[in-house]
Design a protein. Structure first.
Length: 251
């Protein structure tokens, strides 16, 4: 396929950075390490955020990398929310596959290898990772819930590092910028409604449980479940209606 050079997959990795969130420092180090290991050949890494000073600081870290990390990585000031930042990153991206990675994710070579393998096997799918949390003793329950929600209910979230072709991303309308929350959840539903299949890479990402520690595990978990159900129900009804319509009245 034209977006693959030999056996090297061409990825545009987009990391949205919220104002005041310094978790980008760790994921930048992770990607820098993968660059040294030649895991990012023919890939680009875009940090996107609305804070000019923060983007300048990220670009400074990239430029100071002695291994020449700035050959593939850069920071851009764009957007005023996570959805608009990711959409701006998608517009700036030059490669065919878009990989959206949250700033508090930990990235290792095995994640990149698993994603490449998943894409080569199913290039037209929306790919996602399983999830593991660090920082709170109860988060194993959330990891189990994420697995059930993703594999049984077909609704992975954005912290599971979604990846798809830029063509399909734009075709389904990108991240909706007019929703109060859950732009990643809505994107997945829109993909399903357009007939795009979901594929798990079979590998788990490690991500932070910081908001659960700050706001309380039970309160935060309950809030997320409630918001997910509220947003999922009308999208599921629309998906079901579309499937029935495609089958026709005599099916």
């Amino acid at each position: 396929m034209w977006w693959v050079v030999g056996l090297t997959l061409m990825l545009s990795i987009i990391v949205p950075v919220a104002p005041g969130d310094d978790s980008w420092q760790v994921v930048l180090q992770d990607f820098s390490g993968q660059f040294v290991q030649e895991q990012l050949v023919n890939c680009e890494l875009l940090f996107i955020g609305s804070d000019e000073a923060e983007m300048s600081a990220i670009q400074g870290e990239i430029d100071n990398d002695s291994a020449g990390f700035n050959q593939c990585a850069r920071a851009e000031c764009a957007g005023n929310s996570r959805a608009t930042a990711m959409n701006a990153g998608a517009q700036l991206a030059v490669n065919e596959f878009l990989w959206f990675v949250h700033a508090d994710s930990r990235i290792e070579a095995r994640h990149i290898d698993a994603l490449k393998a998943s894409i080569r096997d199913h290039p037209e799918a929306l790919h996602y990772f399983d999830l593991r949390f660090y920082g709170h003793p109860m988060m194993w329950l959330n990891s189990l819930g994420v697995w059930l929600r993703s594999h049984w209910l077909a609704t992975p979230f954005g912290d599971q590092a979604l990846c798809m072709t830029k063509r399909d991303f734009l075709r389904i309308g990108a991240y909706p910028e007019d929703v109060a929350y859950g732009e990643d959840h809505a994107l997945v539903w829109h993909a399903l409604q357009q007939g795009i299949k979901l594929r798990c890479t079979g590998t788990a990402l490690l991500t932070s449980a910081r908001k659960y520690e700050q706001n309380g595990w039970l309160k935060t978990t309950g809030l997320h479940v409630g918001l997910w159900a509220k947003q999922a129900w009308p999208e599921f009804q629309l998906l079901l209606k579309q499937k029935v319509g495609r089958q026709g009245p005599d099916a």
